[in-house]
Design a protein around this ligand. Sequence first.
Ligand SMILES: Cc1ncc(COP(=O)(O)O)c(C=O)c1O
Length: 390
Amino acid sequence: MARWLAGTNDVTQLFLAAGQVPDLVNLAGGLPEPALWPVEDLARIAGEVVRADPQAALAYGPIEGLPALRDAIARRFSRGGLNLARGNVLITTAGMQGLDLLGKVLIDEGGVIAAQAPAYLGALDAWRPRGPRYRPMRLGENGCDPATLMRGAQFAYVVPNFSNPTGRLVDLAERRALLAAAEAAGTWLVEDDPYGTLFYDAPPLPRILDLAGEGGGEPYDGRVVYLGTLSKELVPGLRLGWVIAAPDMIRALATAKTGADMCTGGLVQAIALRAFEEGLPERILPEVLALNRARRDALLAAMAEHLGDAFDWQVPAGGMFVWATARDPALDTDRLLRAALDHGTCVTPSSVFDPEGRDRRSIRINFTLNAPDRLHEGIRRLARAVAAIR
Ligand SMILES: Cc1ncc(COP(=O)(O)O)c(C=O)c1O
């Protein structure tokens, strides 16, 4: 086996397997509520697109994606000074493939990534085989200077809208500072944005991509590489995502994609195109926001009741997660995960979001998958698990 496999974290296997345990309250994943999926619409659209254009839906397609879908995404994301053309868009097999391809085109063995810390587990997993070194960017903390950290890095990686795992929102001034830092360092700035529509308390902020497009011409040729996905705004199982970037970057990513899967499934792309044309994501959004907001508030109420003496946390203004940090530095959240499983619940420990696996002080709690009574029960069980290991 290749050497990098030895560096994987067995805690990940533990909480991924937990999904199969009966009656477990799973607060570990990052799953949306399936009851909100527009199942009938998607079933109808799937039938229609296969019959209407079997060539597009069922043949091998262009590596970069169906031209009409690339155009639709270019139109959807062009705004203000940001002018996107087809050559700025690559269709990917969901957001994870965008991360994987970026690793392939940007990281040489031992290369440096300036990554928002703590960092999305899937990104760390995607890049682990490339053996990168990380410079953690602890945004918002005293002494964190992105401009210094980005210097000499292959790229910088941020999730400005409700980071996974912390739920933190990067404000407008910070977005501008990140962009300026990337431009000064001459490095790529990867903006990973699965949660960009999930704002519960205020309207969405401009994307860093929008800021990078200000004053630019067409096609867009800036430093920001933007990753989007249908996973959180429609359904995760289509595995449909996109990269928006300078044409040179799109060409490089397409070269890497050739060796990965040749093209994203045509049927899925044709469904996505029709879903955009019919406005399906916009149609379900109000209900998604209302349900997620109510569940966030239910989780926070349960945490205040049962975990207030052991953990500190902040209210996330969107996304899917609450990040809670133990007051007692001796409370080891890898141990807590094992105790939580014994008590019938599951959360994600901070070690998996740290490339070194050393941060064992925090937990990520998901609030979108479970109804309020189950969230409450899960937190009650978690509090019992905390008591058991203290
Ligand atoms: C920050 C972040 N990036 C990327 C992804 C990948 O999602 P997908 O591959 O389903 O698009 C996720 C999924 O949870 C995520 O949280």
